[in-house]
Write a protein that binds this ligand. Structure first.
Ligand code: SF4
Length: 295
């Protein structure tokens, strides 16, 4: 993939962006690889040499890498940071790097850092749950230790103090620790086998893009319609609400002379529309949708 520098940022950042820190540690699959959509994985592999991204669009990726370096420095005797573990299932070697393991007398508590948005944090996150439970499985298989819990330490990049003060369901601080359900090991093994099978068959189908499994609405980060409360003559919304009822309530607090109105904004598949997967222009599923053809 080519990394461009359209905004003339310091070359040190560009060189950082060009460095591939991603490693499977000699395994057949990494944990992040098997939980991610096979369509994205295969299209990225196929079009890697033609992909292009500007360093200015890689801010959060760069900060994500930086966070892992900083997190490693926060030494504490009860915590293991950035440990890579490997284990085999049906002859396939699986590898994952765990951000934090807190060692307690009862067992290990696993925590992963995630940069996220306030909106994303309020959606279901099945991929987070699956990822942490595979880490728990790895700890059990590779170290023979019991895991007592899995959680996320979410760092909310667009957190707003104002939103927090007016919306009770909005995250009340820019850092949130969230407990996730801990699966029984047999459920995790079943999940891993299903995902491995999906990725294996996708590798076979990679030459026939039409045959690749479709990304699900969840994987496409499908966002429902929103309702922007506007003042006549102003371009920026006073507030963007998730429901019409909420927008109507805000309308009731505004001055009639401002001529407020509600602008309904259609929902969209955020990952496709913003090309966050990097392969939107080669993806028939999304291209057909743009042309108004069925998925
Ligand atoms: S464009 Fe959308 S549907 Fe296509 S690979 Fe990317 S996320 Fe999946």
């Amino acid at each position: 993939m080519k990394v461009t520098n359209k905004h003339n940022v310091p070359e040190t950042l560009v060189s950082l962006a060009r460095t591939d820190y991603y490693s499977k540690g000699g395994a057949d699959y990494s944990v992040t690889e098997i939980i991610s959509p096979p369509r994205i994985q295969r299209l990225r592999a196929k079009h890697w040499d033609d992909m292009e991204q500007d360093v200015s669009d890689m801010l959060w990726q760069l900060l994500g890498s930086a966070l892992h370096v900083v997190a490693e420095r926060g030494n504490h005797p009860d915590y293991i940071t950035e440990e890579r573990l490997n284990a085999e299932i049906d002859g396939v070697r699986l590898s994952g790097a765990i951000d934090i393991q807190r060692v307690t007398p009862e067992g290990i508590l696993i925590t992963d850092y995630k940069f996220t948005s306030a909106w994303a944090l309020r959606q279901d996150k099945p991929d987070w749950e699956a990822q942490q439970n595979i880490y728990a499985w790895l700890v059990n298989k590779a170290k023979g230790k019991q895991v007592i819990g899995v959680q996320i330490c979410a760092l909310i990049r667009d957190w707003s103090r104002r939103e927090a003060s007016v919306k009770p369901d909005y995250p009340q601080a820019p850092i949130q620790v969230i407990d996730l359900p801990l699966w029984p090991l047999h459920k995790t093994e079943h999940y891993i086998r299903d995902r491995l099978e999906l990725h294996r068959t996708s590798k076979v189908a990679a030459d026939w893009e039409e045959d690749l499994p479709q990304c699900t609405d969840e994987e496409r980060w499908l966002r429902g319609a929103s309702f922007a409360v506007m003042k006549t003559g102003k371009k920026r919304a006073i507030r963007v609400c998730e429901t019409k009822e909420e927008a109507n309530q805000i309308m009731g607090t505004l001055q009639v002379e401002d001529k407020p109105y509600i602008e309904e904004r259609p929902g969209e598949a955020v990952r496709c529309v913003n090309d966050f997967c990097g392969v939107a222009k080669w993806c028939s599923q999304y291209q057909k949708e743009l042309k108004g053809e069925s998925k």
